[in-house]
Design a protein around this ligand. Structure first.
Ligand SMILES: [Zn+2]
Ligand SMILES: [Zn+2]
Ligand SMILES: [Zn+2]
Ligand SMILES: [Zn+2]
Ligand SMILES: [Zn+2]
Ligand SMILES: [Zn+2]
Length: 426
């Protein structure tokens, strides 16, 4: 007879148990859950027993001295927990798992989980990854789209740079690669639509139409096929890109308006970037402007007249206040242009004299051939001594006769006069 039932020493193996007790009370509570099952055991039959607690994992009960344990165990049996085997400490534990009192190693960070001093963690099973970035989050901090819906992908576009995530409805798949998507704005930036009706091309070119009083460009997006270049910097430099409406307006714009547009376009180009290596953009020489006016609006002005247009523009601008960067650049460009204008006027006078000589011989040749109507209608336009081209203007209805079959008449005239002859376009 023993007054006191013997104490049965046990060790708890909690290494596979996910809700490790954090205090003595919790440890006792766990034991109370196990005890009814423990009492049915025979310690001699097996000194180490495992209990399956479902989602919580397993708990092992080890009888340290099975031989001394009463048989059978009973309600009066007293147990002593001599030791607890705990799982190795997990430094980066999943915040989501911990809320369910489970400790799991969490390799990823969740920027939304706030753990006081440091960012919370998320385990392999709870980590949510959206397309477009390797950044993780826990299920409750999955980024939301601007519309409030759960996002499905990070936008890698030029505005978002994978810092914003969007839902499926607010994403647009790339035309060539549907596994990549951008938000609407970034998509429009990357694949702008051409302004031309029914064109499916990408409008990578922006209309450069602007005036000095409205320096903000038109900006309409145009594909390479529909963009019109207004060749104001000569045939070897890229002219100003124009949308269809602005290109169509050119022919009805006054010479003053055209020069204003050229100056505004040049101001914008020379202001682009501040790198010392960028090529200095300059206004086209008035010899080119003269041809621009002829080609775009069929207006023939002599060099002095074009020079006066520039001078008047410069005078008008120099009185304007306040003087912002654009205005200063415009005035610098005009000031730098002055010398070349005087050169061109001088050269034009000389060429005019030489060109007039060729022109007079052309008229003589026409008359000698009995082509009096032509001789009375052909007008002198310009002469370029370096390329030895004589530019003439011929009324539209006489141009065919002037050129002759396959250009034969012109070729004959060229031989006789000794210069190339070109009919001014427009
Ligand atoms: Zn977890
Ligand atoms: Zn989180
Ligand atoms: Zn975006
Ligand atoms: Zn959305
Ligand atoms: Zn187009
Ligand atoms: Zn435009």
């Amino acid at each position: 007879m023993t007054q006191h039932a013997p104490v049965v020493p046990v060790t708890l193996d909690l290494r596979e148990f996910r809700r490790a007790p954090r205090s003595t009370d919790e440890c006792l509570a766990l034991w109370e859950r196990l005890e009814p099952a423990v009492l049915t055991l025979d310690p001699l039959a097996g000194p180490r027993v495992r209990f399956d607690l479902g989602d919580e994992g397993e708990v092992g009960v080890w009888f340290l001295d099975p031989a001394t344990a009463p048989r059978p165990l009973g309600a009066a049996t007293r147990f002593a927990i001599r030791g607890v085997l705990e799982p190795p400490e997990i430094r980066h534990a999943c915040t989501t798992c911990r809320a369910a009192r489970i400790t799991t190693y969490a390799p990823y960070k969740c920027p939304g989980c706030d753990e006081g001093q440091r960012m919370g963690r998320v385990c392999e099973a709870h980590a949510v990854f959206l397309d477009g970035s390797l950044r993780a989050s826990c299920p409750s901090h999955t980024p939301a789209c601007r519309c409030g819906t759960k996002a499905v992908a990070w936008c890698g576009g030029p505005n978002c740079r994978t810092r914003k995530a969007w839902c499926e409805t607010h994403l647009r798949r790339h035309p060539g690669d549907p596994t990549v998507a951008d938000c609407e704005d970034c998509y429009a930036e990357r694949f702008p639509a051409c302004e031309h009706e029914r064109c499916t091309g990408s409008g990578y070119i922006r209309c450069e139409h602007r005036t000095l009083s409205a320096m903000k460009p038109c900006g309409r997006r145009i594909c390479t096929e529909h963009a019109r270049r207004w060749q104001v910097y000569g045939s070897y430099n890229r002219g100003l890109a124009l949308c269809t409406p602005h290109h169509q307006q050119l022919s009805s714009t006054s010479p003053e308006g055209l020069i204003d547009m050229i100056l505004a376009g040049t101001v914008a180009r020379s202001g682009r970037g501040r790198s010392a290596t960028r090529r200095r953009v300059q206004l086209p020489r008035i010899s080119i402007v003269r041809h621009i006016l002829i080609n775009t609006r069929r207006t023939v002005l002599d060099m002095e007249a074009i020079d006066r247009l520039f001078t008047a523009l410069e005078q008008g601008l120099s009185g304007r206040t306040p003087r912002d960067t654009n205005l200063s650049t415009a005035l610098d460009l005009l000031a730098g242009h002055r010398a070349s204008r005087h050169e061109d006027i001088e050269r034009f006078r000389e060429q005019h004299v030489e060109g007039r000589g060729h022109y007079d011989r052309l008229l003589q040749e026409l008359r000698r051939g009995g082509r009096h109507e032509l001789a009375g209608a052909v007008e002198f336009s310009d002469f370029r001594p370096r390329s030895r081209i004589l530019f003439v203007r011929v009324p539209e209805h006489l141009q065919g006769v002037f050129r002759g079959k396959g250009g034969s008449s012109v070729r004959q005239l060229e031989q006789r006069v000794g210069v190339k002859i070109q009919v001014e376009r427009g």
